[in-house]
Design a protein around this ligand. Structure first.
Ligand SMILES: *Cc1c(COP(=O)(O)O)cnc(C)c1O
Length: 361
């Protein structure tokens, strides 16, 4: 058995950090799953051992999001990016209009796909200031088929602290902050999230949808793009991404067994407060987003003296910190504080920032 030789503080934006015990369980299941003397990777997805995994992963999602019985959960392939197309394909009527809030690259990609499928209106956008804030006080037409929002903008480090109040069905891309804080799942018509930020490994995407909204578009549906087909098949219309679903299930179990959303939300707030306080205090760093919209998941910051970047890079690498580079569209630094990242790792980063200031300010 291969083991890690040291503790690395993993701030990767995605695929992101997973709990140590989940990785161990996942590794074991690759060798001997459920004492079958078979690997999880070499058994039928229709075996009763695997059916338990699918059922439990669906149930955990419903429980953690507090979803009523009219919601159905699916785990699909194709990433969150396929949902950019599947959402309008399944919810936008041929005569209807979809609304979008444009808060960054991911939202823009979702808008691009929706426009291919039907009438699409951008209701509000923060593109004028390079997506450094969340638009507010916009009017939502009440005849939209749905309004699409992105709860957390992974690249820019902004997060919606409250959601639009509207009678229009709300669709939310929660890829990078799902299960990080309390939300009332029933306020949304559809929630989707790629697993690899805060839920599991790459390869599976979770979709939870109010089933009563489906089957009303007036278009002929391709089977693999039809939510109703996947719901009917119990996420097994075709062979599902068996391993990513299994690891997602382990991660959700880890979350539940440790105290659930209430437990993790508190820790996530402590981590974010610790780091933002240091960014605001430290003369060598500045945050890149509007303070009221700061993300608790992806903390973005830059240096007023970029010529010192290589010195800072040396220090954090020496401290066994990994994954701190900012997205190429923003530059600077991005510390992703996903659920599995311990408070301890943020403390180490803050100590490095303080040592850096002592040396260079
Ligand atoms: C990463 C990300 C995506 C894209 O996910 P893929 O699984 O790579 O398609 C979409 N939306 C948000 C908010 C993301 O963070």
């Amino acid at each position: 058995m291969i083991t890690k030789t040291k503790k690395v503080h993993n701030f990767s934006a995605g695929p992101g950090i997973l709990p140590e015990e989940v990785l161990t369980q996942a590794a074991n299941a690759c060798i001997n799953f459920d004492n079958l003397d078979l690997s999880l990777l070499e058994i039928s997805h229709r075996s009763k051992n695997y059916e338990k995994v699918i059922d439990e992963s669906h149930a955990l999602v419903k429980e953690l999001l507090g979803l009523n019985d009219n919601y159905k959960v699916m785990f699909l392939g194709g990433g969150a990016s396929l949902q950019f197309a599947m959402v309008p394909y399944n919810l936008l009527r041929t005569e209807g209009t979809a609304g979008y809030i444009n808060t960054g690259v991911w939202a823009s990609k979702a808008i691009k796909e929706a426009k291919m499928i039907g009438n699409t209106k951008v209701i509000a956008s923060s593109e004028d200031k390079k997506f450094t804030y969340i638009p507010k006080n916009y009017e939502i037409p009440n005849d939209l088929d749905y309004l699409h929002i992105t709860s957390n903008n992974t690249i820019y480090g902004t997060q919606m602290k409250s959601f639009p109040k509207t009678s229009v069905p709300l669709v939310c891309d929660m890829s990078s902050d799902i299960f990080s804080r309390h939300v009332n799942g029933n306020d949304f018509a559809l929630i989707y999230a790629g697993a690899q930020k805060n839920m599991g490994p790459a390869g599976a995407t979770m979709v939870a949808v109010d089933e009563t909204l489906l089957g009303k578009t007036g278009r002929k549906m391709l089977s693999m793009l039809d939510y109703q087909v996947h719901i009917k098949g119990g996420s097994m219309y075709n062979t599902p991404p068996v391993f990513p679903i299994y690891v997602s299930m382990l991660t959700l179990k880890w979350l539940k067994n440790n105290g659930g959303i209430a437990w993790i939300e508190k820790i996530n707030q402590q981590k974010a407060d610790l780091l933002y306080n240091e960014i605001d205090r430290n003369s060598l760093f500045v945050g890149t987003t509007a303070k009221e919209d700061r993300s608790n998941m992806n903390v973005t910051f830059v240096m007023p003296k970029p010529e010192l970047e290589s010195e800072f890079d040396k220090l954090w690498k020496e401290a066994d910190i990994s994954g701190l580079r900012g997205h190429r569209d923003v530059g600077g630094y991005r510390a992703s504080l996903y659920n599995a990242l311990p408070l301890e790792s943020v403390k180490v980063l803050v100590e490095v920032m303080q040592a850096f200031e002592k040396k260079f300010a």
